[in-house]
Ligand binder design. Structure first.
Ligand code: DGL
Length: 264
């Protein structure tokens, strides 16, 4: 099976590494919209427009299944793509996001029924995590905190400033027992965040929950395709290539990777 992974930029490489390590038998095509990142502060209409272009491109490259690794795009575009766009254009293929697996893990973990969400402004404003958590368990109370400075902090070697900034963002979430890290870049900060919130708070990091949920989904949907017959390929496409992009990609992927420039 050829699996497409889409992110607004390069943060999605963290979860891509986790997914491809869990399911190495498939082919992966990553697309990062580096020319237009960040999505986190854009309007819903713009996020939907950009995400539609990205999935159109990835399906055009023969992907059987696309994972929208970007939380902002999952929050603001996924439902519309699944319900209106996909049945019209590619009824036999699938698009999945990363919010629902995280929400399911949080709903299963919380005992106090108070769940925190740390995410971009767009994801928080969309209210999508709140809605998904309430569908799973109407008794859950959701407290969200928008954290616009965390993405640049990860991308520009700012970990030494992470703690004071995180203190501000985590303050409204002080009485939750479960915390969802709802952005592509946050797995990079999970050790610091776990340290700061302490062991009484269950931190849900998508790189730890999405790969198993995806493996389960794929095993229940054999019609999407089996393992790749050729040696499983990985390719990484970007819409803008700069020295910064090459450096960030190397850091997030944990190894040098070749970026290919494409136009959507
Ligand atoms: N990929 C985005 C997300 O997961 C973070 C970067 C951005 O704002 O575009 O929400």
């Amino acid at each position: 099976m050829k699996i497409g992974l889409f992110d607004s930029g390069l943060g999605g490489l963290l979860i891509t590494q986790a997914i491809s390590a869990r399911l190495p038998e498939h082919e992966y095509l990553y697309l990062g919209d580096t020319a237009r990142v960040p999505y986190g502060n854009r309007s819903q209409a713009t996020v939907l427009e950009f995400t539609t272009e990205a999935v159109t491109y990835l399906f055009g490259q023969g992907c059987d299944l696309i994972i929208i690794a970007c939380n902002t795009a999952s929050a603001e575009a996924l439902r519309s793509l699944q319900q209106r766009w996909l049945p019209k254009h590619y009824p036999d293929r699938r698009i999945l996001g990363v919010l629902v697996p995280a929400a399911e893990a949080a709903a299963a973990a919380t005992k106090s029924k108070k769940v925190g969400v740390l995410a971009t402004r767009g994801t928080v404003t969309s209210g999508t995590f709140d809605r998904e958590l309430k569908v799973l368990d109407p008794a859950i109370e959701v407290v969200s905190s928008a954290a616009p400075l965390l993405v640049p902090l990860v991308e520009y070697d700012g970990l030494e400033w992470a703690e004071p900034i995180l203190e501000r963002y985590l303050a409204p979430l002080h009485d939750v027992d479960t915390l969802i890290l709802g952005c592509t870049h946050y797995p990079y900060l999970k050790a610091v965040i776990r340290d700061m919130v302490g062991k009484d708070v269950e931190v849900i990091s998508q790189d730890e929950v999405v790969p198993d949920k995806l493996a389960d989904y794929i095993s229940r949907h054999p019609e999407l395709g089996g393992p790749s017959t050729q040696p499983a390929q990985r390719r990484y496409l970007v819409t803008d290539q700069t020295d910064d992009a090459v450096r960030i990609a190397r850091e997030l992927a944990g190894q040098p990777i070749a970026l290919e420039l494409v136009t959507l």
